[in-house]
Design a protein around this ligand. Structure first.
Ligand code: FRU
Length: 610
């Protein structure tokens, strides 16, 4: 009797709280009470579209498939206004009963009705989702996700003529969340085809950065030429998991024996490679908070043995160490080669926030030893002197012995606040790296745009040479087509001038100043007045690269996309990657010299093939 009474009361309470309301066609909404609503799909459709409002907290969406828990993901469900929509693909669930059990965030301490917790009526079914670019800051020739948030490139490998690029991806919003491996491929390193995400969050956690290799000798037992991925499962702890693919990286099977590697402290971003010299697999793992890279070996990609740790107290140590890479690189103009250990860190970069440092040294398959400078210290070296270059790692198995890297073109300081909506973040252009010896006797990375970038050149819109440059700016038109996207190929000679400044500007008064100072051997980039800069106080900045040469001549390749500028020293001595958000595209290139006359030896401006 007692039991029955309780049951009746409980049923009554549920009925009082459960309140079905009309949703869009094919969607029924039932509010269960404070913070809890059921969204039922009652029609066939390709997508259910969720409205997003970026400034609200995440709602938790539990998908029940035929009454059973299928997956959990997080969406900033719009509460006051819809900034944009994100699609959830229903194709895999056709002919099943689908229910989203939604827990909205408790934004206030007082009790609120679930009906006011989201724009429920804006949740709708659709057979299409328009990924057409409608944003003015969306890059024209850099890789971006079709929609949603992207950070680190990872898991890249080259196989059968195809460059595979995976990336840290949130398919359900343009801020960091739901870490998934997004996937794109290219046959020319320039044009990218978007694929369905390759590895999704699972019971062990979301899917953080990692790497892929082609297992040519079937050492792992998943088949000859299987693609093996190692990534960090980020749940309560960060543990390392394996997945394998027999369709060249299109789909992956999660290894049931996961995790393959655990530690009792934060470690992530496993980066593995086949070491020809030792006949073993090597793995680098970022021991993030300990600011060191752990080095492991394995015969089969599943059992890993710790060999050593590199980096304690060395290089920049201000932030956490992340996304390692290790490779042997040739020294230009010699028969020599050296090992280079790439270490991304955040914060602690030379201009604030995230950046990539590297160490040159020797590696015997077990231990990495960094070279020292004349004073006996291990020097801190930076891969890129812009503010927007992070998580850079290389492609596994790049052809012709090339070492090709790509980075995330943003900075953790403000990546989630940049003025884009449907998507956030792009990759840098691909770059080929090797080493060169500078006048100080040290080996540095030589970074050039991958040769494939030459194919971007369309029409030469301007050509000039042998022009004297003085105090009065010499002006040249940038291409007006396609929002001014272009490549500038330029050689100047400062001669007697103290400095030469290259300015990109528009009619709105936005400008970027790039100044070459031969006496100091520096090249700086000032974006303090580059356009929209006020979305974050760390964005306006002046950054400076050492040119690593004692010369009055300076050749550059400058790539301008809709919201980025990459400046490459033509010989690869330095590179600066910076985001810019001009109010209208830059229209004019001006050159001026201070303290004497300089000369413009060559100027070629190319529009970009699209
Ligand atoms: C670097 C990083 C990695 C991690 C990933 C998560 O940007 O923090 O260490 O795997 O992003 O998205």
């Amino acid at each position: 009797m007692k039991y029955l009474t309780r049951l009746t009361l409980g049923t009554l309470l549920t009925l009082a709280a459960g309140q079905a309301v009309q949703g869009a066609d094919g969607v029924s909404i039932e509010h269960l009470g404070v913070n809890n609503t059921l969204v039922r799909v009652s029609d066939d459709a390709r997508y259910i579209l969720f409205p997003v409002e970026e400034s609200v907290d995440d709602a938790t969406l539990n998908l029940l498939l035929d009454g059973k828990q299928e997956k959990t993901f997080y969406v900033r469900l719009a509460r006051n206004k819809v900034d944009y929509y994100v699609p959830f693909d229903l194709t895999p669930y056709k002919n099943h009963s689908l229910l989203f059990n939604v827990v909205t965030p408790q934004g206030r301490s007082s009790v609120r009705e679930a009906s006011q917790d989201a724009c429920w009526e804006a949740i709708s079914l659709s057979d299409s989702f328009d990924t057409t670019n409608t944003e003015r800051f969306r890059p024209a020739f850099h890789h971006t996700p079709l929609y949603g948030w992207m950070n680190d490139p990872n898991g890249m490998f080259f196989k059968d003529g195809v460059w595979h690029l995976y990336y840290q991806y949130n398919p359900y919003g343009s801020k960091w969340q739901n870490m998934t491996w997004g996937h794109s491929t290219s046959t020319d390193l320039i044009h990218w085809e978007h694929h369905t995400p390759a590895i999704e969050p699972n019971g062990l956690g979301s899917v953080f950065s990692g790497s892929c290799v082609v297992d040519k000798e079937n050492t792992a037992g998943f088949g000859k030429d299987a693609v093996i991925a190692l990534y960090t499962s980020a749940g309560v702890n960060q543990i390392q998991s394996l997945a394998h693919s027999s369709d060249s990286g299109e789909t992956f099977t999660i290894y049931p024996g996961n995790p393959v590697l655990t530690l009792d402290s934060e470690a992530r971003d496993p980066n593995m490679f086949w070491n020809e010299e030792t006949g073993e697999w090597n793995l680098l793992l970022a021991h993030a908070l300990d600011k060191e890279m752990l080095i492991f070996t394995s015969p089969d990609l599943k059992t890993w043995t710790l060999q050593s740790a590199f980096g304690k107290g060395l290089g920049a140590q201000d932030g956490v160490w992340e996304c390692p890479d290790l490779m042997r690189l040739p020294v230009e103009g010699t028969d020599e080669s050296k090992w280079v250990l790439i270490c991304n860190l955040n914060p602690g970069g030379p201009f604030g926030g995230s950046a990539t440092q590297y160490f040159v040294g020797d590696f015997d398959g077990h231990t990495f030893t960094a070279d020292t400078d004349a004073s006996g210290a291990v020097p801190t070296k930076w891969m890129d002197f812009g503010k927007d270059h992070y998580a850079t790692v290389s492609w596994s198995g790049a052809p012709e012995g090339r070492n090709v890297v790509i980075g995330w073109m943003s900075n953790w300081q403000y990546a989630a606040e940049v003025p884009t909506m449907q998507f956030r973040s792009a990759n840098t252009l691909p770059r080929d790296i090797s080493l060169f010896r500078a006048a100080d006797g040290q080996l540095y990375l030589k970074t050039v745009p991958s040769p494939e970038t030459l194919a971007l050149r369309d029409r030469k819109t301007l050509q000039a040479k042998g022009k004297s440059i003085g105090k009065t700016p010499a002006k040249f038109a940038l291409p007006a087509a396609a929002d001014g996207i272009c490549e500038i190929d330029l050689t100047l000679n400062a001669r007697k001038a103290k400095s030469v400044t290259i300015t990109l500007s528009n009619e709105q008064g936005d400008k970027v100043d790039m100044t070459f100072n031969p006496a100091e051997s520096t090249f700086s980039f000032d974006r303090t007045q580059s356009g929209i800069t006020d979305f974050n106080h760390d964005f306006p900045a002046v950054v400076t690269a050492p040119t690593l040469r004692d010369s009055a001549a300076q050749s550059l390749r400058i790539f301008i996309d809709r919201s980025s500028i990459e400046v490459f020293d033509a010989e690869g001595n330095f590179v600066l990657t910076n985001l810019v958000f001009p109010n209208t595209p830059y229209r004019t290139l001006s050159l001026k010299a201070e303290g004497g006359k300089a000369s413009l030896d060559k100027l070629e401006i190319y529009s970009i093939k699209q």
